[in-house]
Design a protein around this ligand. Structure first.
Ligand code: SF4
Ligand code: SF4
Length: 603
């Protein structure tokens, strides 16, 4: 019997990672004691209460009652630690947008838990019986090795002093654990840099074999450009093709800006990487910019234009406001802090108002569509019931000028009444759920599908509909075919824009992490929500990685001198990367030649 099966044997659930002593009010986890409870923070003059919640002290992790309140048009979170005082942080920089988003809040549908319930949230991960949403995307860390050494990263092998690299057998076990949740499985292979693992195609095939329906690769993309110059274009294309043929669906590629200043990570390599993907038929790339105030906040519009220019391979952009790690003074936090309304405002300003903040909807809107599809088909494939403050999304149609460059963005809300359609879908879901008789139910469901077809045009403004877009057909495909390809077809017509704001210790809201559906798989069988795994990293992530580590010397002995340490690191040759037209073509019309030729930041 494997250890995982053994510890489950008594109750079917794994042991909780912590214990809670109600008498002393203390949680013990990984040998660390954490206090529970504290005074309710007071509101000051001009502060209006929105909600009570639970938060943590960023310094001692004490679990504290907290208030979410508004002041001068912004939303804040505040708690008072008996030891460290009152800690207040910006939560959402527009109270108007906050209230609009919260109208779409969902409670979640609960989970098939993996661990017993012993302690208060978030020290019982997971998933524990209290968690509100099953996994919609499982992060699978396949290595912590990386050939870059970004200054802000605390995670790569040389920095922590060991390698974490689960075996194929461990990966299979983790996926089987995930499968117990009983929903469609989507996995993001992440790192470190996953392409450093020579058996990456095998990992992808293994995931397919185990029934994973969506596989995405989180990468800096540099590997493909590196291969281009070190081994030749054909070798790079062949590698990308092997990954695609193994079953890779989507590439999530870091891309922090269009200029070298905003994107020192892969500005020079990205053009070659996209060209490799183009040649290899890898046509579902999502660009992932981490948005940091005063670093790249002025380039969001250009990132969207860059994505639109490369829409033959780029499906969307997913902005991630920075999560402030480590201890930070309040004035420093204020300098860098970005929340979702800031991103929406900058996108609006930098696209000349073509993509207004009103065209974005919070992620739980997707849950309403899942409920409808569930009521119609009887199966729940996946439910996105995250907290509305965690993320939002929209779709934009692109018009092009004579030069082929994007000339205008038309958000879906300008020709489709999204809010009206959501209300309509909720009503239909209610009607379908009332239908209990099986035979009658099948008949009713067919009628409902037909009535949607009839009603759909009511929500479409034909005059504003972009030319060449048959939205009725696309949406009917999503509802009637109810398959991944139908949604994929929508993605090829329009650019997906999203944002996901992962929390940090200063803005931590336990209500949010309880609804999380982006989780991490651990070799010990636990499934841990993103904002517990990475924010309480010393409790969760670092512990797991340490437990399953291989020493650097041992790793080198097994896999060679160039597998980790200085030997694995990428040495950039900017002159070489700028020596072909591919580099200039990729940015043409978006970044001035003077910037590309000079390598300086765009002013
Ligand atoms: S975050 Fe979820 S899994 Fe973790 S303790 Fe809270 S409810 Fe349980
Ligand atoms: S590319 Fe990612 S994993 Fe690698 S050092 Fe940078 S942040 Fe860390």
């Amino acid at each position: 019997m494997k250890p995982l099966e053994k510890s489950r044997a008594d109750s079917g659930l794994l042991d909780a990672p912590s214990i809670f002593d109600a008498k002393s009010g203390r949680i013990t986890i990984n040998g660390r004691e954490i206090a529970f409870g504290g005074p309710l923070p007071r509101l000051g003059e001009g502060e209006k209460l929105i909600a009570y919640t639970t938060s943590l002290c960023p310094y001692c992790y004490r679990v504290l009652p907290a208030v979410i309140f508004e002041r001068e048009g912004k939303v804040f979170i505040k708690r008072t630690c008996p030891e460290h005082g009152t800690i207040e942080e910006l939560y959402f920089s527009s109270s108007r947008l906050y209230h609009r988003f919260m109208r779409f809040e969902e409670e979640g549908i609960g989970v098939t838990p993996h661990v017993k319930l012993r302690s208060p949230c978030p020290f019982n991960c997971g998933l524990c019986p209290r968690h509100k949403n099953h996994t919609a995307l499982a992060n699978l860390v396949v290595t912590n090795r990386c050939d870059l050494s970004c200054w802000y990263c605390f995670f790569y092998a040389e920095k922590v002093g060991y390698v974490y690299e689960p075996s194929l057998e461990q990966i299979r076990e983790m996926i089987r654990q995930y499968r117990k949740e009983g929903v469609s499985m989507a996995v993001q292979i992440t790192g470190g840099e996953p392409t450093l693992r020579p058996d990456l195609p095998e990992i992808i095939r293994l995931l397919k074999e185990e029934g994973v329906t969506h596989i995405q690769l989180n990468t800096h993309g540099v590997t493909f450009a590196r291969m281009w110059f070190e081994e030749g274009v054909e070798a790079a294309v062949k590698y990308a093709r092997v990954l695609r043929e193994a079953g890779l669906n989507t590439v999530y590629m870091s891309f922090d800006g269009v200029t070298p200043r905003a994107n020192p990570k892969n500005h020079w390599e990205a053009p070659y990487t996209l060209e490799v993907f183009r040649k290899a038929g890898v046509t579902s790339v999502v660009l992932v910019p981490t948005v940091i105030k005063s670093i790249n906040d002025g380039e969001l519009g250009d990132i969207i234009r860059f994505a639109a220019k490369h829409i033959d391979v780029v499906r969307g952009v997913n902005f991630q406001p920075v999560s402030l790690t480590g201890r930070m003074r309040r004035d420093v936090r204020e300098k860098y802090r970005v929340t979702i309304p800031d991103v929406l405002q900058w996108v609006e300003e930098q696209t000349d108002g073509q993509i207004p903040a009103e065209s974005w909807f919070p992620i739980p809107v997707a849950a309403k569509f899942s409920y409808f599809i569930e009521a119609l088909s009887g199966e729940l494939k996946v439910c996105m019931g995250n907290h509305p403050a965690c993320g939002s999304a929209t779709y934009v149609f692109i018009e092009r000028g004579a030069d082929g460059l994007p000339s205008r963005f038309i958000p879906i809300t300008s020709f489709f009444d999204v809010e009206g359609f959501i209300e309509y879908i909720e009503e239909k879901t209610g009607e379908l759920r009332k239908t209990e008789d099986a035979l009658f139910s099948r008949f009713r469901k067919t009628l409902q599908a037909a009535s949607i077809l009839k009603d759909l045009p009511k929500f479409i403004d034909r005059e504003k509909l972009p030319q060449g877009l048959n939205i009725t057909k696309l949406l009917m495909n999503v509802f009637i075919k109810r398959n991944y390809e139908a949604l994929g077809q929508l993605h090829y017509k329009m650019l997906f824009l999203g944002n996901m704001h992962f929390m940090d210790l200063y803005n931590y809201d336990v209500e949010r992490v309880m609804r999380c559906n982006i989780h991490y798989l651990s070799p010990d069988g636990r499934v841990i929500p993103f904002c517990a795994y990475n924010v309480l990293n010393d409790i969760y992530r670092d512990n797991i990685l340490w437990k399953y580590r291989i020493g650097l010397d041992e790793y080198k002995k097994r896999y060679g001198e160039k597998s980790v340490g200085p030997g694995v690191k990428y040495v950039r040759n900017i002159k070489l990367l700028k020596s072909t037209p591919i580099y200039y073509e990729a940015y043409k019309g978006i970044v001035p030649d003077s910037v590309l030729k000079g390598g300086a930041a765009k002013s």
